[in-house]
Design a protein around this ligand. Structure first.
Ligand code: AKG
Length: 271
């Protein structure tokens, strides 16, 4: 068993002030390889019964698998319970608790993979809170992204606007496509003068971000995949509150909940 990662006061301050943090080498190569086996089953579309939880984040739900640009496997631990308790879950839970408190649990998990040579495999600028129900009293969130492949500028690594979430103000989000049926992602405006920081992460490293920081990623211009494994932590009270609204982070949810975009009647999911 490895020694748990203890964050320094500077790392905790960085997360609070900038809204994100990069920690290299959280998992070793062999540990990533174990996760990769299950990951591969999702990427080959071998897991059945996922409905809209297996989709292309950048396109319509009825897009054919062969045409996917940005593969999204939502809630993988629900569909492959062997993931429960894996090494990333254990280590990221311990790290997240140091950032936002001990009263937290996994809210959702997600596999995201950008196809090689795919400029459209992008995440528009957004705040995660823009995807989630408005009115949740306690929004504290840590979203952890593990780099399965080296995540580089050329393959569309995550990028942030440091400090953009400090006021906890939600910018106006609109659908990145003309309707959300044509593409699930949302986009918020970024000013020309805003400083953008790209975070390149080696395989086994993680980034952590909060629910207010503006972030996104460009398309994949390399000839290799960019695969990430996301686990988001929120408080027990918040998870209970949002589940009572019927919001489970599944793209199969059929609920009415309100975001900045207004009420959705159907197919409301999240990032
Ligand atoms: O890793 C990326 O490309 C962006 C993912 C993202 O926006 C998120 O996890 O909230």
């Amino acid at each position: 068993m490895t020694t748990p990662i203890v964050l320094t006061p500077d790392q905790i301050r960085q997360f609070a002030e900038r809204g994100f943090l990069h920690i290299p080498a959280v998992l070793c190569d062999e540990e990533v390889s174990v996760i990769e086996e299950t990951y591969g089953r999702f990427m080959r579309k071998e897991i059945s019964g996922m409905g809209h939880d297996f989709c292309d984040m950048s396109g319509p739900y009825d897009r054919e698998f062969k045409d996917f640009a940005l593969i999204n496997a939502m809630l993988p631990r629900v569909y492959a319970p062997e993931l429960i308790g894996n090494v990333l879950e254990t280590r990221s839970a311990h790290i997240a608790a140091q950032l936002i408190g001990q009263d937290i649990q996994i809210d959702y998990d997600q596999f995201l993979a950008k196809k090689p040579n795919c400029p459209t495999a992008e995440f528009s600028w957004h705040q995660d809170q823009g995807y989630w129900p408005a009115g949740t009293p306690d929004t504290r969130t840590v979203t952890c992204s593990l780099a399965i492949d080296d995540s580089l500028k050329v393959n569309g690594c995550i990028r942030f606007i440091p400090g953009s979430g400090v006021g906890q103000t939600l910018r106006t989000h609109r659908s990145a496509k003309s309707t959300r049926e044509e593409g699930h992602t949302l986009v918020a405006e970024v000013g020309d003068e805003e400083e953008v920081e790209y975070v390149e992460v080696k395989r086994g490293g993680i980034t952590l971000h909060d629910e207010w920081v503006m972030h996104g990623s460009a398309g994949n211009l390399s000839s290799d995949w960019r695969r990430t494994y996301v686990i988001a932590y929120r408080s027990h009270a918040t998870v209970a509150y949002e589940r009572a609204l019927g919001f489970t982070h599944s793209h199969n949810d059929k609920v009415n909940w309100t975001t900045t975009l207004g009420a959705y009647e159907d197919k409301a999911g999240e990032s």
